[in-house]
Ligand binder design. Structure first.
Ligand code: SF4
Ligand code: SF4
Length: 379
């Protein structure tokens, strides 16, 4: 048995989840189901201290996300501090709450990059998914304003069974808005997306059709000199091997929740693992010494079939959160893997996707009332 400690390099990427507050209610939100119980947020000074420590350790990229990070009034101050420390900064936003004035303030503070997420390519579907009538027009206006300010712009669409068949119109909209990069990412099933999985998972046929459309657009766009990058991410529910989650547990990525819990991936707080707080430990201690960050590093923790598998250095046994959500034990092989004894759960979900008829209005929307109800009833 290999008892050598795995080599641990410092984190490269810090994700600052500034808040769980958000005006929208996407039923696929990756925030925790009990977000309404977590009302505390780090102060401006506490966040800046986190940025300083991460930068001292060598992190180079800093993402501001949430919830909706725009609800933090100190966002320009946080951006400026991050930029002064030498981070490449990225704002991940729904665009709701963005104004021309704020874009000016962010540009002045040194923000490098803005990613705006859309729910759909048309107003009606966007409103049904976001739970807001005004959201679509605001997003359009802000996407144009972001572009006009000279930012490289990423547009992000989360795809699922209710919008994936309109992928051609989604791409057309991205072309019209002159996006530099387009992320067409099928729902990953964490948080609210996992709760609504049966009503969100596309069928294999839907994914194949969408892939085909993306392929045609790539050819068409490149022939017309449009260099925008179309990234299409398929759900791992239709794969036979899991993804190498976060490049490995505690390998390059560090996420900090609104109230200061440090996590090796943004959905790990659901695991029955004690994760440290940035209010009680330095990032150096958290990253190199904490129980939570070391728990799934290396290969010694792995059960079979991963332990003796020749592919373990490629995928690290898959996603711990997915293993926990689908098997009740985070140590297990990710059920996406066809070698997993729990792979049947994935096959069952695929079957379900072929038969289900869940409509958008039957999904559980991510809002405070639902979050409180889930917490109370423990659903
Ligand atoms: S996914 Fe939707 S609800 Fe969740 S934080 Fe983003 S915009 Fe808000
Ligand atoms: S058995 Fe484990 S290591 Fe091997 S391919 Fe499957 S998930 Fe990856």
């Amino acid at each position: 048995m290999n008892q050598l400690k795995p080599q641990v390099n410092p984190p490269l990427w810090l994700l600052a989840e500034l808040t769980y507050r958000c005006p929208l209610q996407c039923p696929y939100c990756s925030n925790p189901l009990d977000f309404a119980q977590q009302e505390k947020e780090l102060t401006t000074e506490q966040w800046i201290e986190v940025f300083k420590q991460a930068r001292q350790m060598g992190a180079v990229q800093l993402g501001f996300s949430g919830g909706e990070p725009l609800v933090r009034k100190d966002l320009p101050e946080l951006i400026r501090a991050a930029r002064d420390l030498g981070f490449y900064t990225n704002l991940i936003t729904s665009g709701i709450g963005l104004t021309e004035k704020k874009i000016d303030a962010f540009a002045e503070a040194g923000l490098d990059h803005i990613q705006i997420s859309f729910q759909a390519s048309d107003e009606t579907l966007n409103a049904a998914l976001a739970g807001s009538q005004k959201a679509f027009q605001t997003k359009l206006a802000m996407a144009k304003a972001v572009k006009a300010h000279g930012y490289p712009m990423v547009l992000n669409f989360v795809l699922h069974r209710h919008n994936i068949d309109r992928i051609d119109r989604i791409i057309e909209l991205c072309i019209e808005l002159e996006a530099d990069d387009v992320e067409l990412a099928t729902c990953q099933f964490y948080g609210w997306a996992q709760l609504n999985r049966e009503g969100l998972l596309p069928t294999r046929e839907q994914i194949a059709r969408a892939e085909d459309v993306v392929h045609q657009y790539r050819q068409k766009m490149s022939a017309s000199g449009n260099l925008a990058n179309l990234l299409f991410v398929t759900p791992d529910y239709y794969e036979e091997r899991p993804k190498g989650c976060m490049g490995g547990w505690g390998a390059i990525f560090l996420s900090v929740t609104p109230e200061g819990t440090a996590l090796p991936c943004h959905s790990a707080r659901q695991l029955p693992v004690q994760f440290p707080s940035v209010l009680e430990n330095t990032l150096q201690e958290i990253w190199f010494e904490s129980f939570g960050f070391n728990k799934y590093r290396g290969f010694d923790w792995m059960p079979e079939p991963c332990r003796s598998c020749s592919e373990k250095e490629k995928d690290f046994g898959g996603c711990r959160c997915q293993a926990f959500m689908l098997t009740g034990n985070a140590d297990n092989t990710d059920p996406v893997c066809s070698k997993s004894p729990h792979h049947g759960k994935i096959l069952q979900a695929r079957e379900q996707a072929n038969c289900t008829n869940i409509q958008i209005n039957q999904l559980q929307f991510r809002n405070r009332a639902n979050s409180q109800l889930i917490f109370k009833t423990g659903v």
